[in-house]
Design a protein around this ligand. Structure first.
Ligand SMILES: Nc1nc(=O)c2c([nH]1)NC[C@@H]1CN(c3ccc(C(=O)N[C@@H](CCC(=O)O)C(=O)O)cc3)C=[N+]21
Length: 301
């Protein structure tokens, strides 16, 4: 770790990539504003989880930084389903709101599926509405979930054409694993979704040209599961105790994986910042579609 160039060459700098995406989003927003259109993102947070509050505040700051309007709705933890559904109805009807994000997880007494499916699919910047899930799965124009979209942008930037590559996704969530698989399939990868019950997970991972780790288990994937030269995308954001302090680590054991990977995303500074940048990109896309304007190039799937 002495030469800065060899030090950096297999690191995918998500933070820098995200800054570039935000700059491109901001340029589009500047142009829209000349036509008196200002994209607006509404974020709904129910309850007082401190991590969620920090995260929602960051989203608000970045939304305003790219010139968009940010509408933050903080509701008490005991908010009823009816009250939340009524708010979604008002945001759906509000022409100044182009994107709606309901921060997950919701408190247990609320029906998250019903809430997500009540969002106008055209304003569903998380891409969690069943209509968008179906559109993505059938290769039609959809709103694509932010985290997989960010991963795809970094993969295309690094590798160019992805066709024919073996992609292994570890994790089968609706938020990351499944939509990531759809996007990579659409880019003609040979896609495997692996998970905690997969037999010989190590052997499956070793086949991957593209390895996406999205299981939520700190440093679960060691370097010897990584095929030499593979591109590793670490979606995990795990808070762990380390000598009395908490810090963030991914689902991949970074040091050992980096030694064999062709390229790898760090945690923090990898997928996380790209997720927020893609949220802004999706809000821009939703706004352009609502206004009947052409979509921003290079910011959609
Ligand atoms: N409807 C909904 N959509 C989401 O997209 C959504 C959600 N709910 N609930 C919570 C998770 C979590 N999530 C993160 C995004 C960025 C960072 C991020 O930028 N992380 C920084 C580090 C931040 C820190 O230091 O704590 C990084 O990885 O470099 C983290 C977490 C989006 N989520």
């Amino acid at each position: 770790m002495s030469d800065a160039t060899t030090d950096q060459d297999n690191l995918i700098d998500g933070k820098a990539f995200a800054a570039d995406v935000r700059q491109r989003v901001a340029a589009h927003v500047t142009r829209l504003k000349q036509d008196r259109i200002t994209p607006g993102l509404a974020v709904v947070l129910v309850g007082e989880d401190p991590a969620s509050e920090v995260y929602v505040r960051n989203k608000g700051i970045q939304t305003r930084e790219v010139g968009m309007n940010s509408y933050e709705h903080k509701l008490p933890a005991d908010t009823t389903q009816d009250a939340l559904m009524a708010l979604i109805g008002r945001l759906n009807a509000d022409a100044d709101v182009h994107g709606i994000l309901v921060q997950l997880p919701l408190p247990d007494h609320l029906d998250a599926e019903a809430v997500l499916n009540a969002i106008d699919p055209g304003k569903d910047v998380d891409g969690f509405h069943i209509l968008n899930v179906g559109l993505l799965a059938t290769g039609q124009k959809a709103m694509v979930p932010c985290t997989p979209l960010g991963c795809l942008m970094m993969l295309r930037d690094r590798l160019g054409d992805l066709s024919g590559l073996n992609a292994v996704i570890v994790g089968r969530s609706n938020i990351v694993g499944k939509p990531m698989a759809q996007l990579l399939l659409r880019d003609s990868c040979t896609v495997t979704i692996a998970h905690s019950r997969t037999r010989d997970l190590a052997g499956v991972c070793r086949q991957a040209d593209i390895l996406v780790a999205a299981v939520g288990r700190p440093r679960m994937i060691p370097g010897d599961w990584v095929k030499p030269g593979a591109t590793v995308i670490d979606v995990g954001i795990n808070r762990i105790e380390d000598g009395g302090r908490t810090r963030l680590v991914g689902d991949v054991d970074f040091a050992s994986a980096r030694a064999v990977a062709g390229a790898i995303t760090p945690v923090p500074g990898g997928v996380g910042p790209m997720t927020i940048a893609c949220l802004l990109a999706n809000t821009l896309t939703a706004c352009c579609r609502a206004a009947g304007l052409p979509e921003p190039e290079g910011l959609t799937a």
